[in-house]
Design a protein around this ligand. Structure first.
Ligand SMILES: O=C(O)CCC(=O)C(=O)O
Length: 304
């Protein structure tokens, strides 16, 4: 390398002496040949990249069929390659029932793991969350929380709001957006144990869950204004989940996965304050729309 640099400096000195512009060296045959050689290297690089990505793709398909994850894939691609489901879970389901006073045994037998969605209307009766949780409660709780960096690491879904994180969202009360200029709907996971403990003083494990089932340690909260909600999507989580409507009302629209369109129905249900929906969001495509009236606030978790 040193030798090459010395030769290059010598060449430049000769150019200067001969009054040749060093840029004209580009037209030298030797260099043109070198450029051609470089072009071949680029082609080689493209070919190698193509081969490598084909191999990676093949390995991904192979391993995803064997339900092991070799590498993570973007969400949309993962959904595109979602293994088809058996349609038994939605066949014959023509509406979503609202039930109350259901025992955990009956719930386990009929709904907990069958994939049949249901709404339980009497499970939040003693929860103070219904009268305590609002925008200002969350703003204070999170702003006074100790480990903000931990909270920032929890998942945050901005939907179309444009907010970059929960703290930014909580700087913007819904009243600022009366004109509808911002799509004020977002969700977050409550992965910080201290705030989770604080929030849980106001709600509990729904009484109807099977006795052996555990509530996931992380709860999800969704909050937003009327007319907005989550777009139609399917989740890639491990378990079914419950979601309680703590304030306002929200419509859920459920679609069977495409491979079940022929056998299963589109479903709709309006969640009123106090209702809890139980849904396998891995199987049912789902969309939500907040109905007019109060801000919608929901809380939920997966259960096993
Ligand atoms: O409550 C919502 O608006 C969306 C909920 C959702 O998409 C989910 O729980 O997977």
């Amino acid at each position: 390398m040193e030798e090459a640099s010395l030769q290059f400096i010598e060449l430049l000195t000769k150019c200067k002496a001969a009054k040749i512009n060093p840029l004209d060296l580009k037209s030298l045959k030797a260099l043109v040949r070198e450029q051609k050689f470089r072009l071949n290297k680029i082609e080689l690089f493209v070919a190698l990249t193509f081969i490598l990505s084909s191999v990676t793709w093949f390995l991904f398909l192979f391993y995803s069929n064997n339900s092991q994850c070799l590498i993570g894939l973007p969400d949309n691609l993962r959904k595109g390659f979602r293994p088809p489901v058996q349609c038994k879970f939605c066949q014959g389901v023509s509406n979503i029932q609202k039930v109350k006073r259901i025992s955990s045994d009956e719930f386990e037998q009929r709904f907990a793991y069958s994939g049949i969605p249901v709404v339980v209307t009497d499970a939040t009766a003693n929860w103070t969350a219904l009268t305590t949780f609002d925008f200002w409660y969350f703003k204070d709780t999170y702003n006074l929380g100790k480990r903000k960096h931990k909270i920032l690491n929890c998942q945050f879904f901005p939907y179309k709001s444009g907010f970059r994180n929960l703290f930014e969202a909580l700087e913007n009360p819904p009243e600022y957006f009366d004109s509808g200029e911002k799509a004020w709907y977002f969700g977050w996971s409550n992965c910080n144990p201290e705030t989770a403990e604080q929030l849980r003083q106001h709600y509990g494990r729904p009484y109807f869950l099977p006795e052996t089932s555990e509530n996931n340690a992380v709860d999800w909260i969704f909050m937003g204004r009327s007319g907005l909600g989550a777009h139609m999507h399917v989740d890639n989580v491990r378990l079914p989940s419950w979601q309680a409507q703590l304030s306002g009302s929200k419509k859920w629209i459920l679609m069977p996965p495409p491979e079940c369109y022929f056998w299963c129905n589109r479903l709709e249900i309006v969640m009123d304050e106090g209702d809890i929906i139980i849904l396998d969001t891995n199987k049912w495509y789902h969309q939500t729309v907040v109905l007019s009236g109060k801000i919608s606030i929901t809380i939920g978790a997966e259960y096993d």
